[in-house]
Design a protein around this ligand. Structure first.
Ligand code: NAP
Length: 264
């Protein structure tokens, strides 16, 4: 299968580790140029070392995303590389360990900033050029927690916002510039090095076991390499009819079912 993204330029937020790392690698394998961001210079050095065969097409930017000027500076740095982003993957996201449903508004703002505002801000910066070219792909990594009861209220709410944004904005883009396709992909439980489930396995393995046996039909974690290649497909020419789609990659973990009566 040819994804037809050779030489397209992709930006992957949080692209040095976890699911983002697999997305970075799979886009490089398809011939795209990839800009990966991370707050950790070490993680980026490791990424460059592991993917040294792609030296000419991997660009790394050591930056946070949630600081006041972070996004403007990131956009500036991309301009300095003389690159135009064709494909945006809003991958960075987290619970920030904010699990109390009664948390302060400050905490709500923090988690909204990372999981919702940052993706929207990047879209606002990058979509206008995609629209001019009438070609672009925007993939928002959300979560089944955004569609049903699963995970902390705070995390679920922010991911729900990102899914709703994708559904509505994907449609707007389809009308304004049919070549620009926004989708949301949501992984089920995926084990990542140093990530949430890695930590739970170390600190509370009984909880991990219970979660897997009660909620996941396969009774196991997903692996990053079961997510990255699928994301690459939605970044590709093949996704030309997927505007606004919200797609699970969760081995049947989520139980929601959307029903539309076409006579309504
Ligand atoms: N793994 C799962 O089970 C699962 C399930 C559903 C949805 N997801 C979603 O998938 C995406 C990737 O997660 P993952 O599982 O690969 O998690 P991970 O291994 O914990 O990695 C989290 C990623 O988000 C970035 N990030 C976290 N907090 C950040 C902050 N405050 N500022 C900037 N970047 C931040 C990290 O970048 P740095 O390199 O800068 O640390 C890292 O790349 C997230 O949006 C997550 O919500 C994951």
């Amino acid at each position: 299968m040819n994804l037809k993204i050779n030489n397209k330029v992709a930006l992957v937020t949080g692209g040095a580790r976890g699911i983002g790392r697999s997305i970075t690698e799979n886009l490089l394998l398809e011939g795209a140029k990839v800009i990966s961001t991370s707050r950790s210079e070490n993680a980026l050095t490791e990424l460059r070392e592991e993917l040294k065969n792609f030296n000419d097409s991997l660009f790394t930017i050591n930056t946070g995303l949630t600081g006041v000027d972070d996004i403007e500076k990131l956009i500036e740095q991309i301009r300095n590389y003389d690159l135009d982003v064709d494909i945006l993957i809003n991958n960075a996201g987290d619970t920030l360990n904010i699990k109390d449903p009664w948390c302060s508004l400050d905490d709500w703002r923090k988690i909204f900033r990372l999981n919702f505002e940052v993706p929207v801000q990047l879209v606002n910066h990058l979509a206008p050029k995609m629209k001019t070219k009438n070609w672009g792909r925007i993939v928002n990594i959300t979560s089944c927690a955004g569609l049903e009861n699963s995970g902390p209220v705070t995390f679920s709410t922010t991911k729900a916002a990102l899914s709703a944004y994708t559904r509505s904005m994907g449609r707007i883009l389809a009308i304004e510039a049919p070549g620009v396709v926004m989708t949301a992909l949501f992984p089920g439980v995926v084990i990542t090095k140093g990530g949430h489930w890695d930590e739970i396995l170390r600190t509370n393995p009984q909880h991990a076991e219970k979660y897997l046996s009660e909620r996941c039909p396969l009774g196991r974690f997903g692996h990053i390499d079961e997510i990255g290649p699928i994301v690459a497909v939605y970044c590709s020419e093949l996704a030309s009819f997927c505007h606004g789609a919200i797609i699970p990659i969760d081995a049947g973990q989520s139980k929601h079912f959307m029903y539309f009566n076409y006579m309504d």
